[in-house]
Design a binder for this molecule. Structure first.
Ligand SMILES: *[C@@H]1O[C@H](CO)[C@@H](O)[C@H](O)[C@H]1NC(C)=O
Ligand SMILES: *[C@@H]1O[C@H](CO)[C@@H](O)[C@H](O)[C@H]1NC(C)=O
Ligand SMILES: *[C@@H]1O[C@H](CO)[C@@H](O)[C@H](O)[C@H]1NC(C)=O
Length: 425
């Protein structure tokens, strides 16, 4: 049986090969189909689990948007995946809440950490920190849980057309808040507090008088102790070196919008324009805010010390504030001002409709609406009006739902299982 024989019978050989191929394909398809029906069962189980989830979480249903056209537009909008880098103590819980509502309404798939609410912070973000892609989803649409940024790793998780956003705040205000909120979790702050207690002065003052005595740069838990915003953005937060400007330029290129907390409404208008959101989608309540007695008043001397300790955050903030105003200029300053004013009005209207009491101490809040407290601060919340229609209640409760509660609600909806219990601090 040489080549010549094969050549002579080439037609039959081809046919035979084709037959064998067809048979194999049929067999494979059949076994695949078997496997698929096998896999379908757990999915439908999951669906009933999800129904159970909605019963299990005492959050009223979210009102659907009314008109079919609105819904169709929303679906189109959902094609833009979003990463929100949630920086510490900048007002980011408020932005996260807006994105949580958006994602829930659009049934977006969230890139969540494994059964918890942050990506192994303060480690740099890694793909392995992300929980599995749900079977029914083809991609992650939203990532907005706490992390320390690592751009190439985040890019591996999210689709190519992802929009990157974050929020920065005046570095002095930010550091004061980070210090107060995290006094008992950041080792440098904790040792300052111990020293301060023996000297009878405020912990922040003790820290600022000689930060280097309390700050061990090798201690991984000290990420927030110096230039916390630079740390969250994945920059070298310890000292300036030749790579810093280049790293900053990379961030500028990566981020479509860096919001500025001091111009929050204007920032939201730009966010709305970027993501195609209406004013009602952008209405907000200031979440995770401290009680007045949990805020340290800073005199000029202390402000100067905070600034010089956090000089990289000052560089970062000033840089992105400039970028922000360039974007604002492209949008049109007059238009931005007018839109921000309209947003304030609609937010105010919604706030009056939803909230019966603001700055409510935690002891007076029901569990669902009580924000997480830390050992060193009191975090206040909101009381929802009692006489709302079920639809309004669903909308209003979501707007004031603290991060942990909303996070675990969405996690349960997505996976049909609970997150781990929240950490104590
Ligand atoms: C189908 O499932 C069985 C059992 O889980 C597995 O051994 C087999 O390799 C699967 N077949 C295909 C084509 O995936
Ligand atoms: C700057 O610091 C970063 C982080 O410590 C390091 O990776 C980088 O090589 C340094 N660059 C220069 C030019 O020293
Ligand atoms: C609910 O109560 C508030 C205050 O008592 C009142 O102003 C508001 O009109 C009421 N809303 C509805 C829908 O009844």
């Amino acid at each position: 049986m040489g080549l010549r024989w094969l050549w002579r019978h080439r037609a039959s050989a081809l046919l035979a090969a084709l037959l064998i191929f067809l048979l194999l394909t049929l067999l494979a398809t059949h076994s695949l189909q078997n496997n698929r029906t096998h896999e379908l069962r757990p999915t439908s189980d999951r669906r009933s689990q999800r129904k159970a989830a909605e019963k299990h979480t005492p959050i009223p249903h979210q009102p659907a948007k009314h008109t079919p056209t609105a819904r169709a537009e929303r679906r189109r909008r959902a094609q833009v995946p979003v990463v929100f880098l949630k920086t510490h103590r900048t007002g980011s819980s408020t932005v996260q809440n807006i994105l949580f509502r958006l994602g829930e309404r659009e049934s977006a798939t969230f890139a969540f950490p494994h059964r918890t609410y942050q990506f192994n912070y303060p480690d740099r973000f890694r793909v392995a920190f992300v929980d599995e892609l749900p079977e029914a989803s083809s991609q992650f649409d939203l990532l907005c849980s706490h992390m320390r940024l690592d751009l190439p790793q985040v890019r591996k998780v999210m689709p190519e057309n992802t929009v990157f956003i974050t929020l920065l705040r005046d570095p002095i205000e930010t550091f004061e808040s980070v210090f107060r909120y995290h006094t008992s979790t950041v080792p440098a702050f904790l040792s300052a507090r111990r020293a301060a207690a023996s000297e009878g002065k405020p912990a922040l003052k003790a820290f600022l008088d000689s930060p280097e005595t309390f700050w061990d740069p090798k201690e991984p838990g000290n990420g927030l102790a110096k230039n916390p915003m630079s740390f969250d953005m994945g920059l070298n937060n310890q000292k300036w070196n030749g790579s810093w400007p280049e790293d900053l330029a990379q961030l500028e290129e990566a981020f479509h919008l860096v919001m500025i907390a001091e111009h929050f409404d204007e920032s939201l208008v730009l966010l709305g324009a970027l993501l195609g959101l209406e004013h009602e989608d952008l209405a907000y309540l200031r979440l995770n805010a401290r009680a007045k007695n949990s805020v340290t008043e800073l005199d000029e001397n202390m402000r100067a010390k905070v600034r010089s300790w956090n000089v990289l955050d000052t560089l970062l903030y000033d840089f992105f504030a400039q970028v922000f105003w360039e974007k604002a200029g492209q949008f049109g300053l007059d238009r931005l001002k007018a839109e921000a004013e309209k947003l304030r009005e609609s937010t105010e209207r919604i706030r009056r409709r939803c909230v019966s009491r603001e700055s409510v101490p935690p002891a007076e809040l029901e569990d669902l609406l009580r924000p997480r407290q830390t050992e060193s601060v009191t975090v206040v919340g909101f009381e929802v009006r009692g006489n709302l229609s079920l639809q309004d209640q669903g909308f209003c409760v979501r707007m004031m739902l603290p991060e942990l509660q909303y996070h675990s609600h969405l996690y349960f909806k997505q996976y049909g299982r609970d997150m781990r219990a929240a950490p104590a601090d």
